[in-house]
Structures are given as structure tokens and as C-alpha cells.
Design a binder for this molecule. Sequence first.
Ligand code: DGT
Ligand code: CA
Ligand code: CA
Ligand code: ZN
Length: 575
Amino acid sequence: MISNADIARILNEIAILLDMDGVVFKPRAYEKAAEAVGGADEPLAELHKQGGIKAVEQIPGVGKSIAEKIVTLIETGKLPYYEELHAKVPVDLGGLSAIEGLGPKNIKTLYHELGVRNVGDLEKAALAGKIRNLPHFGEKSEAKILKGIGFFKQSRGRIPLGVALPLMLEIEERLRTLRGVKRVAIAGSVRRRKETVGDGDILVISDQPDAIMDFFVAMPEVVHVHGKGHTKSSIKLAIGMDVDLRVVPAGSFGAALNYFTGSKDHNVALRRIAIERKLKLNEYGLFRGEAAIAGRSEEEVYDALGLPYIEPELREMTGELEAAAGGKLPKLIGYDDIRGDLQIQTTWTDGAHSIEEMAAEAQRLGREYIAITDHTKGLAMMGADEKKLREQMKHIDALNKKLKGFTVLKGAEVNIDKDGGLDIDDQTLAKLDVVGVAVHSHFNLTRREQTQRIIRAMENPHADILFHPTGRVLQKREPYDLDIDAVIAAAKRTGTILEIDAYPERMDLKDEHVRKVVDAGVKLSIDTDAHSVHHLDYLHYGIANARRGWATKADVINTKPLKQFLACLKDSKKR
Ligand code: DGT
Ligand code: CA
Ligand code: CA
Ligand code: ZN
């Protein structure tokens, strides 16, 4: 059965191939359809089985002609239309288009002029200085391509947490309900909530390991079994991620969980602490001579080493052992501590759901308030101008009268222009409850220009929060060149809040930067950047980054009840 991800990939490649041929409009239609298919909740093959082509056409963005192609793919696993297009430029589109700055037209030129078929060919051509002489290329674009290749190689093979975590949680849940399973735990970098993961690690306590292994290697997502044994099995999932499963005895569970959670450096250091105490620590337990003195739980292991429990997100050897020994570990913000979500887009601009729908879902998820922050006019995509914002404010006032125990705040995601000005006038900004400011253009300014521009925007007396401060997109776009220390100092001086955008492809600020913000005593917000009701539970990824950056509840402004939160914003101080 063809997966939605595979259908989406082929639709995306068709968009690229049509673009190469200079076809207008159609590529966008395929891109939109790919996005809708990729985000669909149910497998299309299943939809098609039940409702035929009509059911496929019900997906927003999928018209009759694209629906027919999807049905061909579902029924035959192939699509002649795609194959004919691809035969004209038979290159690895997935790989090449992942290189930053390489568009469809460039890929076509590189293939026809230099025979570049994949990222390896591309690197050879760039290193040989062959790209700079092509029409529409130059030394600058050649250097940029090399930089892009470096970035691609570094991230290749690692899976974003936003992809890995939901799958791992699902597998964990399936194992938990199996007969004979006493306990299940996710370990490794997924448990530490690292932004990308190499492979998944799961531990199980059971006295029927063979039945568990049989189940594990036969799961529907498994495309390859690397190995299957009584205590360890290893598989590859369709998304390209490997997962290791280990069955361990109850008496060793804590020691094994500690060992397989890592990080490796943290483990090595713990082992050294054990040796200093004339003990031995491994994945089976903590031993004095032959006698196990701890191992059932992680708490027991840390305790026997003279340490308090250390949260998995802190186990990266960035000072957690010293802090633990000195009683100075932070009490990290909890995964349920956020009361409000401060970055939300709606159908007023590029979101998929109305203000009412977003509010209802946020309330259902336990939030107490949200800010509606649609994009503003400077963006090509139908951003709101002053008039539209005022209209929206009225709409929100009326809505709030109807809501109980929940408040919708008036906000905007205001564009920072090239020189640091904002694209909405001050009178209108003053009327909004929450003003987020963000960079959406001119990503390639020099470090000095970029930093100055952002600082100038933060100096605006209405600018409450700097949204997605570094602009990175995981594995796709590097952060803009920015002096983060200068931005943090400016945030401190101007009372501007720095955001952790929790959208899984962003996770921006990243963990290291969060740590700096916390150390500087600057406040954070954690927001989903939701464009649909399905995105409103993304807070988890932002909280993960906050925890990895040692943030406490007090560091994060939207853990506060509404009134206290509002009192921390710039305008309310002056009111
Ligand atoms: P990943 O998968 O690259 O995102 O990172 P991890 O941390 O999940 O690493 P992985 O899957 O290779 O191993 C899981 C844990 O097992 C790791 O965090 C620590 C532990 N571990 C693995 N190899 C070693 C080792 O050689 N020495 C020690 N002390 N621990 C190890
Ligand atoms: Ca791992
Ligand atoms: Ca592993
Ligand atoms: Zn934005």
C-alpha cells in the first residue's frame, strides 16, 4: 500500500519537473496538493478503497486531474505522467532540491551542461570550479552550493524529532498493550528530546521476549530487519529511521534506561564517578564487587552515586553533573506548564482554520488564552493591513463576549523591514494586546546589518516578542547570520521577549541559545506557530527545547495566568 508520504513526494517532484519546463501555475497546484496529502490524517489508499476517486477529490487542494493521478499511483504503484517528465531530467530530485539555493532551473542546467545527477556529482563539479562558468551561476553561487552540501551532509540520515517522536510514542503504546509486557520506555536521544535523532531506542521488561520480538519486527512500518534476537532486535522503518528494541530484566531496568538514554558522554562521566566511589556502573546495574547495590530505577542509581535525579534533557555534559553535585540543578519547566499560546495564524491570512476553531481547539487542549497573530501586509501572501487588523480586533472583541473561561488576545506577526522598521503603524500596534515581530525577508544581509535591523525592531515600544528569532528551518534553511549575544542584550535592555517557536521544523530558538537567554535573565515565550488546529499540540517541541536550555517555569512568560502575563508586556507597563 503506497503511503501518503510517497504520494506527496511524487507530487512534489512533479512540481519541480514542471517548473524546470517553465510551466506556470501548475507547479504551485502540485505543491499545494503535496502539502495537503502529506498532512492528511488518513492514508489516501484507505480513503480510495472506501470512497473511490470522489473521496480523494474531497482533500482540499486536490482537483480532478491530480486526483486521477493519485488513483493511478494507488492502483498501480506507478505514474506514467511522472515517469515521462522524470525521464527528461533523470536526476535525484529529492537530494538536489534539498541543497539550499538550488532551484528547478539550476538543477536542469547542471544536468544538461555538466551531467550532474546527484549530490555527489554536484560536489565534484563545485570543487573542480566548473559551476562558476555556467550561465546564471558565478563564484558566489558555487561557494553557496558547497556550503549547502556541507549542511546537507551534516544533517543527512538524522530524523527531526517532530517525525521521530510521534512514531516512537505510537510504538511504545503498542508494546505497552502487548500481553507479557511489564514496562516500556523510550530511551536514547528521543528521550533526551534532541532536535534530530540518529535512531530510536526502546526498552521493555518482559518474561516472554520472543513474542515481543516477533511483534516488533512484523509491525506494518518495518521495511527491513537488521537483526532479531532474544534480548535485542533492530529494524528500519519506512521513514528511514532505525529502531533498536531491548528486553531487559526488571532488576536492571533503571540501569539499562540510564545507560541507553545517554548521552554517551554523560554515561562515561557517571561511570567515572562510580569508580571514584569504588563502584562499577554498567547497563546491568551499579555494583560493589559482585553485589548489585542499585539498578531497578534511575533514581536509585543516581542516589547511590550521591546525586539527585537528573532530567534526560539535561544529560549532555554541559554542566549538569556539577550542578547536581552542588544542589544547583534547575527545576525545569514542565510539559503541562504553558497556559497560553501566543503565535497563531488563521483563515484571515494563511491559516487553515478560523479564529473560532483555533480558540475551541486550544481550549479543549487546556489552554487559558491564545493570541491571534496573522501575518501583516509586507508579505506577498495576503497579509493583513491596518484596516484588516482593526476589523479583526472588533471580531475578536465580539467573540470574547461569547467565550467562557478562555480569552482570545489581539495580536499580529508584524514584518520587520530591511532597515528594522515595522510594516504596521504605531497607532494600530498600540491597540493590539500582543505584538510579535519577525524577519521574513532579506535573509542574506551581513551579520552586522541583520543584527542591527532586528535590534531596531525590538526597540519599537510596541514590539513585545521577537518571533522565531534566528529563522532556521531544520535541515532546510540555516539561521540567518546573527549576533545572538547582541540580540539577547537588546532584549534585556528593551524588555522584549524572545520566542521559542515550537513548530517542529523550526524549534527556534535552539537549546544552546535558550541557555544563553536564561543565563541573561531575559524572558522567553513558547508558541506553536499553528496554521491549523492540528498544530496546536506542538508546544511539546518548544518545551523540550526550553528544558534542554535549562529553562524554569519562571523564565517563560506564557506559563503565567492571563493578567500576570499581560502585565509583563511593554504597552501594559505604560498603561
Ligand atoms: P542518536 O541515536 O545518534 O541520536 O543518539 P543516541 O544518544 O540515541 O545514541 P545511540 O542510539 O547510539 O545509543 C543510545 C545510548 O546508548 C547512548 O545515548 C548512550 C549509550 N551508548 C551507546 N554507545 C555507547 C558507548 O560506546 N559507551 C557508552 N558509555 N554509552 C553508549
Ligand atoms: Ca538513538
Ligand atoms: Ca541506538
Ligand atoms: Zn513567521
